[in-house]
Design a protein around this ligand. Structure first.
Ligand code: KIV
Ligand code: ZN
Length: 527
């Protein structure tokens, strides 16, 4: 075992390395995580990036579940330049027809069908006998195949399914025309050897298994999603279902960046490659974190802010002598740019635009103008503007560009002699409204003012502050989780003034809640 194979690009040129198809489900399984809802525009932006980075198939949503999901899947189907587009569907005619309609304009449209096959799920969730499930597989796959050429069938809770029954289900799905067979570890219960053996057994026992591509889909409840994914590949799977940052139900799905880099860095042990441009992984991680408002843990593999940081003297000394002493891949290979001083308050639009390009952003005229105004304001207030500051600012701008409630002005009186008060002006659907409120502290006063201007019943479940960079003039990034009627959303806001960042975060969460509830007016949040 050596790490001479760590240079970017070497893994792909490794002879006899086999291709593994990347199926990204950030916009479906990822978006299903509690609190991680994305707006229509945010989904398009994520999809564009996934397409540009070389994802083979994008699962864009579950079209039958809402008009919003349907619209997002069809818009993504129409605009992807390279990637195929899949929609999820249960084994029901209505689901399948709606899904086919949503994906039909894609270059490579796919219907992804699923049904539970484990004894537990069949008995309690579906309340169906195994024979009925088998029949539903045949009927649903046949119907889907009459609408599109590319049909994936998934055995939900596959890893807790009896092996004989699983083989019969897979056999039925392939006979009915399924071209991809996915065996998900829905509840994150599998261990790697067992998951590998499961693929080997099913492929050996199902007579026509060579007619389909086998796929892995692993959840991370035991922290084994990536290990199981790699084991599934060893067992013969050639499609990996994954998400950026490991976003997904409960503990999440296998993280795309980890799978891609494991195959690339350890091509000597696993001779497989993907189409993914790894230099776009960091950018994708940041975008998904911004639009989902799920922070990336500092020590997260590949994309965490500490993933390439060296603190101890011994490590730093080793790094100076030879980077390979403590780094198995270069930061550049995953798109990490060195933190650099960007521009001061005298920098112009052109330099700003070029810098954003370097950071991976191509903004439209309006977004560029708004971001530039905020950058100027930031440069006036902050001595040093780092790349991270710009990323936080632009992500904030992109995420909030289509918001119906916008922050216009905020003045806060805080200090030891209460009551603290906030004078707030918001623009709600183009109309400016002002209110002054007091509270038990400045944050409470701000949130009371927001409540008065945009009435709602949401409760605040989380309020978290962290600094984007270092120093007392660092931008604050505030995360807020609101919940209403069992639905929760998380949103973030950034500003050098912590109180302004708090207001931005709360307003962003309200905007997300409106998207989630599909209401027509902001004051309808109160209903
Ligand atoms: O985890 C799972 O089983 C799923 C299926 C719908 C593929 O997400
Ligand atoms: Zn899943």
């Amino acid at each position: 075992m050596t790490n001479s194979s760590t240079t970017q690009g070497e893994a792909e040129s490794r002879p006899n390395s086999e291709s593994v198809f990347i199926f990204d489900t950030t916009l479906r399984d990822g978006e299903q995580s509690p609190g991680a809802s994305m707006s229509f525009e945010e989904k398009l932006e994520v999809a564009d990036l996934l397409d540009a980075m070389g994802v083979d198939m994008i699962e864009a949503g579950f079209p039958v579940t809402s008009e919003g999901d349907f619209e997002a899947v069809s818009a993504i189907a129409k605009r992807m330049k390279q990637a195929g587009v899949a929609g999820l569907a249960r084994a029901a005619a209505k689901d399948i027809d709606r899904c086919a309609e949503a994906v039909r304009h894609a270059r490579r449209p796919r219907i992804h069908l699923f049904i539970s096959t484990s004894p537990l799920h069949m008995k309690y969730k579906l309340q169906k006998e195994p024979a009925q499930v088998l029949e539903m597989i045949t009927t649903s796959v046949t119907r889907a195949r009459n609408l599109v050429d590319d049909v994936e069938w998934s055995a939900e809770d596959g890893t807790r399914t009896e092996i004989d029954f699983l083989c019969r289900c897979v056999d039925a799905a392939i006979k009915a025309g399924a071209t991809t067979i996915n065996i998900p570890d829905t509840v994150g219960y599998a261990v790697p050897d067992e998951y590998q053996a499961l693929f080997e057994t099913v492929r050996a026992r199902v007579a026509n298994s060579d007619k389909a591509v086998f796929s892995v889909h692993c959840h991370n409840d035991l922290g084994l999603a990536v290990a199981n994914t790699l084991a599934g590949i060893k067992g013969g799977a050639r499609q990996v279902e994954c998400t950026i940052n490991g976003l997904g139900e409960r503990a999440g799905n296998a993280a795309m960046e980890e799978v891609v880099m494991a195959l690339r860095v350890r091509g000597d042990a696993m001779a497989y490659h993907t189409n993914i441009d790894a230099t776009m992984l960091t950018r994708a991680s940041k975008l998904v974190s911004a639009v989902s408002s799920f922070p990336v843990q500092y020590n997260k593999a590949i994309v965490g802010r500490n993933a390439f940081a060296h603190e101890s003297g011994i490590h730093q000394d080793g790094m100076l002598k030879n980077a390979q002493t403590y780094e198995i891949m270069t930061p550049e290979s995953v798109g990490v740019s060195k933190t650099s001083l960007v521009m001061g308050k005298h920098s112009g639009r052109h330099a700003f635009k070029e810098k954003l390009k370097e950071l991976g952003y191509e903004l439209g005229d309006n977004a560029l103008e708004d971001s530039f105004t905020r950058f100027k304001d930031l440069a006036d207030r902050k001595k040093i503007v780092y790349d991270e500051d710009l990323v936080a600012l632009v992500d904030d701008e992109i995420v909030n560009a289509h918001d119906r409630i916008k922050l216009v002005a905020l003045t806060v009186i805080a200090g030891t002699n209460g009551p603290q008060s906030a004078a707030l002006t918001l623009e709600i659907d183009g109309e400016r409204k002002t209110h002054q409120a007091t509270g038990n502290g400045p944050v409470d006063a701000i949130f009371n003012a927001i409540l008065a201007l945009a009435p709602h019943h949401a409760t605040l479940e989380l309020f978290q502050v962290h600094a984007v960079t270092h120093g007392t003039d660092a931008q604050a990034e505030v995360s807020v989780r609101l919940s209403e009627d069992g639905k929760s959303v998380i949103a973030r806001g950034a500003d050098p003034d912590t109180l302004v960042a708090a207001a931005r975060a709360y307003i962003a969460a309200l905007n997300k809640l409106m998207v989630k509830r599909g209401r027509s007016r902001p004051d309808a949040l109160a209903g």
